[in-house]
Design a protein around this ligand. Structure first.
Ligand SMILES: [Zn+2]
Length: 315
């Protein structure tokens, strides 16, 4: 059995785990991310690795999953919107501090790899991971391999534009898919409904302490589980965008499975059923072709740790 360490470096926390070759996490450590200082972030990564290394002496390598653009040699983070990293040679820095080989990967790619190998995508050679959270993240497995693109920055499905001149997006464009199909889009939908038609959104407003701004994702899910029609309408609206987007991706990629992760996936069938219906309805050549399964991710927030650790093993 070989052990590797996976580290998930996000804008708010650094979470690390020792992982065995069956994808099991033996122990985890987390620390807040000192996100304004590149140097401090590297130091915290080295610190969590050292703690785990001290407890499990036989660790072979370290995989870092970072929320940002990672270059194709998997050693430098070109740009990370929520960290202070700009052209940060993080592989070299961490290797120098911990004395183990380090592999750097985009966090969504690491998550996709974890789900493909040990989670909801097991056995699928062609799989698309979509994470629905603040925005939309993605990872692509083609022919059993992680697809990174020529420059290491592919599979950014959230910024695939679905509405010409549509809603503004943080990336600088308009009409990106994540403006319509993410967790944030669901919250925006519910708040707008509560502002425009407060009489219809009574339960949502109650859960949001009386104001549209008080309504967040878990409250919308709670109301929808109770059968509240306004909350269910918000889910149907966002799920339709999810399903249509997946159908367009299927036209290009023809995967065996779409695996849906991120905060919004915790709604389960509330999201999945209307998304599947919209997917089947929008699919090109529908009725005359086999089509991809749409499933909820299985590894939850640990998928990034498991995936990064496994990528370090097969480096
Ligand atoms: Zn965008």
């Amino acid at each position: 059995m070989t052990l590797t360490i996976g580290v998930d470096v996000g804008g708010t926390k650094v979470a690390a785990g020792v992982v065995d070759d069956h994808g099991r996490i033996l122990e985890k450590v987390r620390r807040p991310t000192p996100s304004t200082s590149p140097h401090e972030t590297a130091r915290v990564i080295a610190e969590v690795v050292d703690i785990l290394k001290a407890r499990f002496g036989e660790v072979e390598a370290v995989g870092l999953g970072a929320a940002g653009f990672v270059d194709e040699s998997r050693s430098t983070v070109l740009f990370a919107p929520n960290l202070a990293w700009r052209d940060e040679p993080i592989k070299k820095k961490v290797e120098g501090e911990v004395g183990l080989p380090v592999v750097v990967e985009n966090d969504a790619n690491a998550t996709a790899w974890g789900e493909a190998k040990f989670g909801a995508g097991r056995g699928e050679e062609h799989m698309v991971l979509i994470t629905l959270g603040t925005g939309i993240g993605g990872g692509l497995i083609l022919g059993g391999e992680l697809y990174r693109g020529r420059f290491g920055i592919g599979a950014e499905f959230g910024h695939y534009r679905v509405v010409p001149d549509g809603r503004r997006c943080g990336c600088g464009n308009r009409g990106c898919w994540e403006q319509y199909a993410s967790g944030n889009a669901l919250v925006a939908e519910a708040r707008e409904l509560a502002r425009v038609s407060p009489a219809l959104a009574g339960r949502l407003l109650e859960l949001g302490n009386g104001s549209p701004e008080g309504i967040s994702g878990p409250e919308i899910t709670e109301a929808a589980r109770e059968g509240d029609s306004a909350a269910l309408e918000c889910f149907r609206s966002v799920a339709r965008w999810v399903g249509q987007g997946l159908a367009d991706l299927a036209a290009i990629l023809d995967p065996g499975a779409f695996v849906i992760g991120g905060g919004l996936s915790e709604a389960g069938d509330l999201l999945l059923e209307p998304a599947r219906a919209a997917f089947e309805n929008a699919l090109t050549g529908r009725g005359h072709r086999p089509f991809a399964d749409i499933r909820i991710a299985e590894l939850g927030p640990d998928a990034g740790i498991v995936g990064a650790a496994d990528l370090a093993r097969s480096r």
